[in-house]
Design a protein around this ligand. Structure first.
Ligand SMILES: Nc1ncnc2c1ncn2[C@@H]1O[C@H](COP(=O)(O)OP(=O)(O)OP(=O)(O)O)[C@@H](O)[C@H]1O
Ligand SMILES: [Mg+2]
Length: 330
């Protein structure tokens, strides 16, 4: 049977008898994409009916290996989960959350890609690494994924941000149309290598933010429990709905209250208001914790720097919610 990859159209000769009955997906080693076998089988049958029957010329190649549906651990996502940590307001804990969420998921055994789309390039700093290349080189095509992606920890891979991201912005500007897909075009071909892709975004709203929203499916929005943040959240959600008109897949999944300080009355009042307005979207808050602001200077995640502190506990709770597995880390 000749099966054609629906993405790159590469043809694979496969001995149908060798495909176990429970196998529904195949992976094309030409482009790396997974695709359902049944439509490809139907196509192949149609083609065989049209063409005179003849034995396959080539021996079955390994290129499209049937992917048996192994029983993954309960919490492993079946398809990659692409999640942006985003809100226009600055200093609310986007980077702290992106790095610790990604690092914690990696510790839990998931394969994670952390993408830094901020010119401040703080994700590298927080992880204590100095990659020579990153997102810019991958998107501009200067380097392939092997060179552009930096292994920061076991299971944790980084596409670094930094000043060079201006190069991507120029690339987006130069396009007459389709500029919003620039980042997705570079990342989609490699996305299935990971269980999670966590994207840290810059404050404000620029062409790169729009690109992120045309790539991810889920949004996690940190909201610092101080005055004026509700206003910032409402404004941000308006911008999100303007994107959702063109891209229905992107959804606000989590609102993460940050900088909860029980000593400050307004902290509790804002949290109560958030719960009234957004119900189940609200995650268990991240408490104000000086250790969280101390860890980056040591190039360590909170789990490495102070695994027992409140910050660690709160981020573990977030990871359990995101991974939908209350037994993680227990
Ligand atoms: N829960 C917390 N308790 C105390 N300090 C925190 C907490 N979360 C983050 N910080 C500190 O607050 C500062 C801002 O956090 P962070 O850089 O994560 O915010 P950001 O939203 O990414 O900022 P920007 O918009 O500039 O990218 C950092 O110094 C960080 O270490
Ligand atoms: Mg940041």
């Amino acid at each position: 049977m000749v099966i054609t990859c629906p993405s790159c159209k590469k043809q694979h000769n496969i001995d149908e008898k060798r495909i176990p009955p429970n196998v529904t997906m195949a992976r094309c080693k030409g482009c790396g994409r997974r695709f359902p076998l049944q439509p490809a089988r139907d196509e192949s049958k149609k083609a065989a009916e049209k063409a005179p029957a003849k034995a396959p010329e080539k021996a079955p190649e390994k290129a499209a290996e049937p992917q048996a549906k192994k029983a993954p651990p309960v919490s492993k996502p079946k398809v990659v989960r692409k999640l942006a940590v985003s809100i226009s307001k600055g200093g609310v804990g986007k980077t702290t959350t992106s790095v610790n969420l990604a690092a914690g998921l990696a510790l839990a055994g998931f394969k994670v890609l952390l993408v830094d789309t901020d010119t401040q390039g703080q994700d590298s700093f927080m992880l204590g690494v100095k990659p020579k290349a990153g997102l810019t080189e991958l998107v501009t095509g200067e380097l392939g994924p092997e060179e552009a992606i930096f292994k920061a920890r076991e299971n944790l891979y980084l596409l670094a941000g930094g000043k060079s991201l201006a190069g991507i912005k120029r690339l987006i500007d130069r396009k007459d149309f389709g500029g919003e897909m620039t980042m997705a075009e570079a990342l989609v071909p490699i996305e299935n290598k990971f269980d999670y892709i966590i994207v840290d975004t810059s404050p404000g709203w620029d062409p790169l933010t729009v690109n992120v929203l045309f790539f991810v499916n889920e949004l996690l929005t940190p909201v610092s429990l101080e005055v004026m943040t509700l206003q910032g959240l409402v404004e941000f959600l308006k911008s999100i709905s303007s994107i959702q008109k063109y891209r229905k897949e992107v959804a606000l999944k989590y609102i993460l209250p940050t900088f909860l300080d029980k000593r400050i009355k307004q902290s509790d009042a804002i949290l109560k208001k958030l719960r009234e307005l957004y119900g189940d979207l609200i995650c268990t808050p991240i408490r104000y914790n000086v250790t969280l602001s101390g860890a980056p200077a040591h190039g360590k995640t909170i789990f490495e720097f102070a695994p027992g502190c409140n910050g660690s506990q709160d981020y573990r709770e977030l990871i359990r919610k995101v991974a939908n597995d209350k037994n993680l880390f227990t």
